[in-house]
Design a protein around this ligand. Structure first.
Ligand code: AMP
Length: 355
């Protein structure tokens, strides 16, 4: 989606990833397929472009540093280093006074036992690196055996978090340019199924104060990081209206996909504008909107009935061109627009049911 926006503005795109025929590669002018730790390939790539950005945060810091020898990389490698590791991210947030759920660093069974007695059950054990969509996560319930839970980490560093009995999950997708200008898409409400984002809609159903506070926290995080590009801040909202930052995504985010159809400037175009030194665009929504994710699961009974979903009014279909529809894999999404956020959410869900 970033490459589509770049092509719309007349840019040529060169993509680098370990795979070939990727969704971006299908749209880019040039697709380099090489491992991220193939630093010769990274340096050759970096010398062929004017600026580098990423839309996947698990790129090793060594690759970003190698690219940065030749060309600007936005967001900066240091931000990637912080946000690709839950412990570093949580330490950054708590040190700078941003609200997070209490957490402990876990490297041994002893630390896990102490952490669980301090934070109480239930709590959530997460590997520190390479986690998304609930991968590398285990909930510690009243009867969970800690030896087994620790063994499940397979020696990986972990973070133990107090469980948040949240009333809802929301996010702020925002962008900051090279001069420090900031724009945002307000607060988006997110519903998950099996730890994977299922439906997002905008605007979120939250109080005026919560809305303003969430946007201010996102602005302040972007400023503290001296961020350039599109950033998503994911929050838990408790029943007494307290916001806790769950995690940061240093890139366009799934909850902002609806901006592609519903806003004057999409989150992908903002990323492009920010990294290319252009002014940021308007984040105005044409109408309240919702997005329903399409996972590989829906192929289980054969090819989905695309025509049925496309016949739903005010609904747009996006398929990413991923070759293999695996269970739990994000293959595309539907965006729906309506007179209210709730109507848009039911329209998106209805279009998906019709598939
Ligand atoms: P994450 O990969 O950390 O975003 O976690 C995926 C999802 O798991 C979140 O969106 C929540 O629905 C749930 N989750 C993660 N951490 C917690 C927590 N500390 N308390 C309650 N639910 C959580």
């Amino acid at each position: 989606m970033f490459a589509i926006e770049a092509r719309k503005l007349g840019y040529r795109v060169h993509t680098f990833s370990p795979e070939s025929d990727t969704p971006t590669g299908q749209i880019a002018d040039i697709e380099t397929s090489a491992a991220y730790d193939d630093l010769l390939a990274v340096r050759t790539f970096a010398q062929s472009v004017d600026v580098v950005t990423f839309e996947f945060e698990n790129v090793p810091a060594s690759a970003v540093d190698a690219a940065a020898e030749f060309v600007d990389v936005f967001p900066r490698g240091e931000i990637l280093h912080t946000t690709q590791h839950r412990l570093r991210e949580k330490l950054f947030l708590s040190k700078n006074g941003f609200p997070v759920t209490p957490f402990r660093h876990i490297t041994s069974l002893d630390e896990l036992e102490n952490g669980v007695s301090e934070l109480g059950r239930p709590c959530v054990l997460k590997t520190a690196g390479f986690g998304y969509d609930g991968k590398g996560q285990a909930k510690i319930e009243s009867d969970t055996n800690l030896t087994g839970a620790f063994a499940g980490l397979n020696g990986a560093d972990a973070v133990l978090e107090a469980f948040v009995p949240f009333s809802k999950e929301v996010s702020v997708v925002c962008a900051r340019d090279q001069s420090g200008n900031f724009v945002n898409y307000g607060v988006i409400e997110n519903q998950h199924a099996n730890h994977i984002l299922d439906i997002s809609f905008a605007p979120a159903i939250v109080s005026h104060d919560v809305f303003a506070e969430a946007v201010e926290i996102a602005r302040s995080i972007a400023e503290t990081l001296d961020y350039v590009g599109t950033l998503c801040v994911e929050f838990f909202l408790t029943s007494d209206d307290r916001l806790l930052v769950n995690e940061l995504a240093p890139r366009p985010h799934n909850s902002g996909h609806l901006t592609f159809d519903a806003c004057v400037t999409s989150q992908f175009e903002q990323q492009l504008r920010a990294v290319c030194g252009l002014p940021l665009g308007s984040t105005e929504f044409y109408r309240p909107a919702a997005m329903a994710n399409l996972l590989g699961d829906i192929w289980q009974t054969g090819e989905p009935d695309w025509a049925a979903a496309l016949s739903t009014k005010n609904t747009k279909l996006h398929l990413y061109g991923k070759l293999e529809p695996r269970i739990g894999r994000k293959m595309g999404h539907l965006t729906a627009m309506a007179d209210s956020n709730e109507a848009a959410a039911s329209l998106a869900a209805e279009a998906r049911r019709r598939l």
